[in-house]
Design a protein around this ligand. Sequence first.
Ligand SMILES: Cc1cc2nc3c(=O)[nH]c(=O)nc-3n(C[C@H](O)[C@H](O)[C@H](O)COP(=O)(O)OP(=O)(O)OC[C@H]3O[C@@H](n4cnc5c(N)ncnc54)[C@H](O)[C@@H]3O)c2cc1C
Length: 436
Amino acid sequence: MNLTVGAPLFSLGSVLRPTRYNRISISAVTIIQSSSSPSPSSPMEEQQQHPKRVVVCGGGVIGVCTAYFLAKKGAAVTLVEKYEVACAASGKAGGFLALDWCDGGPVGPLARASFNLHRALSEELDGLQSYGFRALTTLSLTLTESNNTPYGSRSSSVPSWADGPARSPRSLGTRETTAQVHPQLFTRTLINKAVENYGVEVVIGKLERVEVEGGGVRGVGLEGGRVIDAEAVVLALGPWSSKLDLLSSLFRVYGLKAHSIVLEPKQPGAITPHALFLSFYPSQGGRPLDPEVYPRPTGEVYICGMSAEEEIPDNPEQIWGDPESIRMLKRVAKTLSSHLGEGEAEMKAEQACFLPCTDDGLPVIGEIPGIKGCYVATGHSCWGILNAPATGAAMAELVIDGHSSIVDLKQFSPARFDKRRKAYDDYMSNAKSLFA
Ligand SMILES: Cc1cc2nc3c(=O)[nH]c(=O)nc-3n(C[C@H](O)[C@H](O)[C@H](O)COP(=O)(O)OP(=O)(O)OC[C@H]3O[C@@H](n4cnc5c(N)ncnc54)[C@H](O)[C@@H]3O)c2cc1C
């Protein structure tokens, strides 16, 4: 069993100097100011001369994408993560991406923009090699467990390695509309690039409070007393958003615990790039389950499902999978394919993590009412890996330019939680400095 996700990328209190910020020395600014050029007028020019200091809190895929795009736009960015980059859902998710599965709802344009940004990022960062980006064929299948699972492929549209009793194949997506990344490698590749190319500083520390003065953000205070000054703060704490009074007084984010296993079959070459959405009927009856199966270019096969609302522990490393849920995912694997049964595949991980969910099912992306310069990005539920690039790029525009052109963020604004505003207003009026 392997519940950990590797050695920390950054040690406690490590300071990786922002190279862009350093290059803009005081003398360089003085020279520009004393020249005959007109004062900068565009936000980009302004950014180049006086990079906005932004602290992004939370080293999941949403915080990392936000830090990446902010720094690329010229901001001097510090990312604060309490344990390790991609230690929670962003390191343990499936990494499935779909162009059009959110169409017809408010998230549709965000998802489309993000799917296309994933493609562009993959070209920029050699996605296949760096983090397993690739196109997929996606099917739904019905799978009924029996005590004597007969192996042998049933229909030509079912991939040959899914040689268990799979029925009713239906196409859900093509290589043009569905794809995947390895979410932990994606998130860590992006933060490494953000550090190397755009001077992002990563600090391992726990956000305790947002410092506010005169209705505007002034910085953040970390556990242990360190204060980091900032002109803007982005809170991307995933399901831990609920632990910060500033956010929980305005809206509810709850954690939905979901389980996954990662298997390494002895014959990885037999496993084709097909994502499978199953309706699984267990042999003892009971309600059917909806596990998802994602083969990865690393040769591994990821299977997830089995979710329930649960209180989230403070430490992501103390999120354990429920043994019964893990056992059920193993039964799914064994029933689906002779390549995934015991003895045929090595178990690489048995794990669980929390989806960040909101009451209206929509992400919360925008400036927090009443605190100028304080932003939130969370609540992406089961689509956080898909929607992270467009969320990050839109947030970067919002912070630097004051509005987003990539996607209209109005419907995701935290200002929509009007019903809870009374508690929030009381909280605001009592707070001189906001302690979370
Ligand atoms: C089983 C499963 C499968 C999934 N599959 C997919 C999929 O195929 N496709 C898809 O698009 N999405 C998928 N998702 C959803 C996706 O994983 C999430 O939406 C996404 O990872 C959320 O990212 P986040 O950055 O908001 O939160 P997280 O990844 O939870 O990151 C939050 C970070 O904030 C840090 N933090 C919290 N509090 C503090 C603090 N006070 N100070 C400093 N740091 C703090 C945490 O340590 C953590 O690193 C899946 C989720 C699960 C559970």
